[in-house]
Design a protein around this ligand. Structure first.
Ligand code: NIG
Ligand code: FE
Length: 394
C-alpha cells in the first residue's frame, strides 16, 4: 500500500461519479457525469465538473470510467480456523444447511494459533479490499468461550474498529443441550470480559441456535456492557429475530430471508437496517430475501457479503450486487446504494459510504463507464483502483 501523506489528489475525467449525496448529483446516488473529485488529508475536499477541477499534488485522469464510494461491508466473520469445503460439496449434493457445521469451525478456531488467525483475517481483508470494500466489520463467534472470544475480539481489533462480539452463535460442544447455561455464562462472564474490545453485540436468533429469550438476554447483557445490538435472524425460517431486533433498537438485523408482513411493517417503522446477505443464500441454496417488498415498504436495506467458512466463503460485494439485481429485483442503483451507504447506515457511520465534502476519501474506480456494469458484468473483477483515506491502496 502506498500513502500520499497529506498531499492532495485530484481525480479528473470521471465518466460517472456516484456520491450517494443527492445534493451533489442526480437521484439517491447523487450521480454526476464528467466529474472530478479532490482528496485532501484523507477526506473529500471538493466535488465538481471535471472542467473546473483545481490543481493538486497528484493528478489522475480516470479516463471516463466510474468512481464510487468504497463498499462498506457491514457483516463478516473473518476470525476462524480451517474451512468447510466438504460441507459445501455435501450441501450442493442435497444436504440441508442446519448451522451444525459451526461447531467444526469452533474447534478449528480454538486450536489455531494467534498467528494463524491473524493471517486468515489479513488474507481475507486483502481480498475484500481488492473487490472494493474499504470498511469491513468483523465478528467473533467461533470461540464461544471467554478465552477464545476475547482472543478473537482482540485479533479482529488489530484490523478494524468495527468489531462485533457474536457472543452466542451456537452453543459449543461442551454446552450441547444446555443453551440456557451457555447464555448464563456468556452474560455473566464472557460479555463483560470482551465488551471493552468490541463495538457491537450480536446473536444468532434461529431454531437450532438461540431462542428469543436467550437472544434477548445476550443482547441485554451486551447493552449493559456498552455495546450496540445487531442480530442474525430469519435466515433459515420465520422467527422472532426481526421483531427482537426492532424491539431492542438494533442497528441491523441480518439475513431477513424469511419474513412475515408484520416483520416488514415493524422494520419499516424502525431505524433498524435490514442487511441482506444473498451470498449466504446462494451458497446454501436457500431462497433469496424479498428485497422488493422491504424496499417498497420503506425499509432501509444494506447488502453484505457475510464472508464465513460455512454459509458463504466469498468477500465479494460486487458478486452480491449482481445477485441482488438478478434474483432479488433490486435496481442496480438500489444495490449499489445498499452496498455503500446502506452498509454505512448499518454500522451507524456517516463518514463512509458517501463521497461528499468531509467524508472519508474511500473510493473505487471501475474498469467500466458506469456502476451499472457491477451487475451487468457478473464475475468480472471490475474494481481497478481503490483509495483508502485518500491514498491509493491497490
Ligand atoms: O451468517 N448464520 C449464522 N452464522 C453465519 C454462518 C456460520 C457458519 O456456518 O459457520 C452466517 O451465515
Ligand atoms: Fe453472519
Amino acid at each position: 500500500m502506498t500513502t500520499n501523506g497529506s498531499r492532495t489528489t485530484v481525480l479528473t475525467n470521471i465518466g460517472t461519479l456516484v456520491t450517494n449525496d443527492p445534493t451533489l448529483g442526480e437521484g439517491k446516488l447523487g450521480v454526476r457525469h464528467d466529474a472530478a473529485i479532490v482528496f485532501d488529508d484523507g477526506v473529500v475536499a471538493w466535488v465538481g465538473d471535471s472542467a473546473d477541477a483545481p490543481a493538486a499534488d497528484i493528478g489522475q485522469d480516470i479516463g471516463g470510467r466510474a468512481l464510487l464510494p468504497g463498499f462498506v461491508e457491514s457483516h463478516s466473520h473473518l476470525v476462524f480456523g480451517g474451512e468447510r469445503a466438504e460441507e459445501f460439496a455435501a450441501r450442493m449434493a442435497g444436504e440441508k444447511y442446519a448451522a451444525g457445521g459451526i461447531r467444526n469451525t469452533i474447534e478449528a478456531t480454538r486450536s489455531a494459533t494467534d498467528e494463524q488467525l491473524q493471517a486468515n483475517v489479513r488474507r481475507l481483508l486483502d481480498e475484500s479490499l481488492r473487490s472494493g470494500s474499504t470498511t469491513v466489520e468483523c465478528k467473533t463467534g467461533y470461540g464461544q468461550n471467554t478465552e477464545s472470544e476475547l482472543r478473537s475480539a482482540l485479533i479482529a481489533g488489530q484490523f478494524t474498529d468495527e468489531v462485533t462480539l457474536l457472543a452466542a452463535h451456537v452453543p459449543p460442544p461442551e454446552y450441547a443441550g444446555r443453551a440456557d447455561d451457555y447464555v448464563a455464562m456468556a452474560c455473566d462472564e464472557m460479555i463483560p470480559a470482551c465488551a471493552p474490545h468490541a463495538k457491537w453485540i450480536d446473536v444468532f436468533c434461529e431454531r437450532g441456535a438461540f431462542n428469543r429469550e436467550q437472544a434477548h438476554a445476550v443482547l441485554s447483557a451486551g447493552v449493559a456492557a456498552g455495546l450496540i445490538p445487531r442480530v442474525h435472524g430469519n435466515q433459515l425460517g420465520e422467527g422472532p429475530g426481526v421483531q427482537l431486533a426492532v424491539e431492542m433498537g438494533a442497528a441491523s438485523v441480518d439475513h431477513v430471508t424469511y419474513v412475515t408482513a408484520e416483520d416488514i411493517d415493524a422494520l419499516a417503522q424502525s431505524s433498524t437496517v435490514a442487511t441482506l446477505l444473498p451470498g449466504a443464500d446462494f451458497s446454501t441454496r436457500n431462497k433469496y430475501p424479498d428485497a422488493r417488498a422491504l424496499l417498497d415498504a420503506g425499509v432501509t436495506v444494506a447488502l453484505g457479503a457475510d464472508c464465513n467458512p460455512g454459509t458463504c466463503y466469498t468477500t465479494s460485494l460486487p458478486f452480491c450486487i449482481a445477485i441482488a439485481v438478478r434474483d432479488m429485483h433490486m435496481t442496480p442503483a438500489e444495490a449499489v446504494w445498499a452496498a455503500t451507504a446502506g452498509g454505512a447506515r448499518a454500522l451507524q457511520r456517516t463518514d463512509v459510504g458517501t463521497l461528499s465534502l468531509g467524508t472519508r476519501a474511500d473510493a473505487i474506480a471501475l474498469d467500466a463507464p458506469s456502476y451499472l456494469h457491477l451487475a451487468y458484468r457478473p464475475g468480472v473483477p471490475l474494481v481497478r483502483e481503490v483509495w483508502k483515506n485518500g491514498a491509493l491502496a491497490t
